[in-house]
Design a protein around this ligand. Structure first.
Ligand code: PEP
Length: 241
């Protein structure tokens, strides 16, 4: 049985105070949630410690938004797996398109980060997705297949989540058609040796479209950016029908 994972990616939003307020506001909604769904909050590094110590920590799993491939060293501004596990983190987002676009991540560094996450007992949420130009040129399939293959070299597929996030759908309000997301996720799955890998869709998911997305047979969850910042909206997404 593939695990259903609903994840909120807060990006560079929320101070410690705001993160704790979110948890408090979400308490009753998350408690009512059907236990078959796992809820993950990808919070900024600075909020992870207080969140993991909060009274409501048991309602969610925590994710970091990046991990370095070395265990320690002269890598100013980076964070290691050991530093994250100490904070009660279970997951880590790797290869988000914003990291690829603004911080020079390549499939090679993404692969190193995925391997580091697993070495430290963390579950990587590997993000893949094509740009608008690549889609318009009909290159979606080769781009995605290449990203998956390159990022998963020597990776154990037992502790792995993949998020299909078409870049043109991220933060634009322009959601990928649910059936098209389902099709691409099917292609991603065909590249894997483990049928049990959870594959999420991400890109302008909101309360109004989550039900249709989650009705697709290949889609095992969502990675939600903007709409995860509001506790009421996020609760509706978690409680998709
Ligand atoms: C994301 O950040 O991974 C994302 C999908 O953002 P949004 O939901 O805002 O498009």
């Amino acid at each position: 049985m593939r695990k259903i994972i609903i994840a909120g990616n807060w990006k560079m939003h929320k101070t410690q105070k705001k993160a704790l307020e979110f948890l408090q506001e979400s308490k009753s909604n998350l408690e009512e949630m059907n236990g078959t769904r796992e809820v993950v909050l990808c919070a900024p590094f600075t909020a992870l410690s207080v969140m993991s110590k909060s009274l409501y920590a048991g309602l969610i799993h925590l994710a970091a938004q990046n991990i370095h491939w070395e265990d320690e060293g002269a890598y100013t501004g980076e964070i290691s797996g050991a530093m994250l596990t100490e904070l009660g983190v279970d997951y880590v987002v790797v290869g988000h398109s914003e990291r690829r676009q603004y911080f020079g991540e390549t499939n090679e560094t993404v692969n190193l980060r995925v391997l580091a996450a697993q070495r430290h007992g963390l579950i990587p949420i590997l993000c893949v997705g094509e740009s608008k130009l690549q889609r318009d040129r009909g290159e979606t399939e080769p781009v995605i297949i290449n990203q998956v293959k390159q990022s998963l070299i020597n990776v154990n597929q037992s502790n792995l989540v993949i998020a299909y996030e078409p870049i043109w759908a991220i933060g634009t309000g322009d959601t990928c058609e649910a059936t098209e997301a389902n099709r691409v996720i099917g292609i991603i799955r065909s590249q894997l040796s483990n049928e049990e890998v959870t594959i999420q869709y991400g890109g302008s998911v909101k309360p109004s479209n989550v039900d249709e997305i989650m009705a697709q047979p290949e889609i095992d969850g969502v990675l939600v950016g903007g709409a995860s910042l509001d506790s009421v909206g996020f609760a509706r997404i978690v409680n998709y029908q």
